[in-house]
Unconditional design. Sequence first.
Length: 387
Amino acid sequence: MKKLIVISYSLMLILGLLSFSQQSWAKDITFIPAIELKSVYDDNLNFDPKDEKDSFGGNAVPSFTLNYASELLNFFLTGEVDVLKYLTEADFDRTNQLYGIDGRYRVSPRWNFTGNFKYRRDETIDSQLEETGQAFDRKRVQTYDGGAGLYYQFTELSDIGLTTDYRQRDYGSNDSTDFKRYTISLPYTKRFANQRDTLALVPAFSIFDSDSAEDAKDYRFTVEWERLISETLTYEIHVGARYTDIDQETGSNDTNWGYLGKLGLKKVTETFSGEIAASSDIRANSDGEIVQVNRLLLRADKLLSERIGFKFDGSVYFTDTESNESASEKTRFLKLSPLFYYLLAENHLIELKYEYQNERESGKPGNPVTERNRVWLGLVLRFPKKF
């Protein structure tokens, strides 16, 4: 089933791109190969509150991006291989991979088609902490994401779409639960004549199918409002409700209502970009359970001088099991990551990055806390080519 779905999405995108008129293949192409070479230190490789292992290592990340843009067609290709080797703890060596394609084609003046596909191979500690704020035993995991959309433009200021999205996660281990998620939505978007406000109404339906844990159906409706306050400042407000129907492995059923939302503010200037946001949604964790994730985040990127810059990425997650039939697994996860960089040239720089992680599990005896400190130092080299 997995191979069939992956092949279907891949063929859909390839055939769509190759079938376009020659006119669509005549504009700007930007190709950016890059390489990152860094040393790394990690004081808790397994993210374990009791068995902390530390080591120095080396990190190499070759990657590329390819962007094509014309009046009819836009698409973006990306590829990355992330190799990490440790000096004293070879069991924690890993090679992560990420490949993706995202495209849009204007079929006619009123019709637009979109498609995307992404493959990611990494470890549960990294991907699950980023998605849910929960840590599980370290395992290799493969994630397949795909989607397609068809949009019709009623007027210059409004359009309606039909979109489908698919996610499949394979852990390759009996200790974790593989799952699939299918989503269909019908977004309606209205752009106001003042060129500052955009309003979207988005009904959606999802099916969550796990191999050995919970199955669920999710019905939701959100209202999304984005406003351009000035040329450099934008805020967005998403407000919605959901109804979730969860079937347990034991045969019992649990239904409930919940809220969805996001409140965000973005600032972009020539020397600064920043975002602050609060959001709430449901996710699936490595146990195949539906969890409610409330998140606060702060990101900033400031050029301090012609060559020196500073970045910051911070998040706080509050996560709990969604089903009333399952044991509560409340967690609080904190991530703080400052980064300094020095520009050797326009596309080459030296980076020094520090990351602190802290997770508290309220549902376990003693409320155990897990901490981790990581440091990276190295080169980032980019070689952009424009055709």
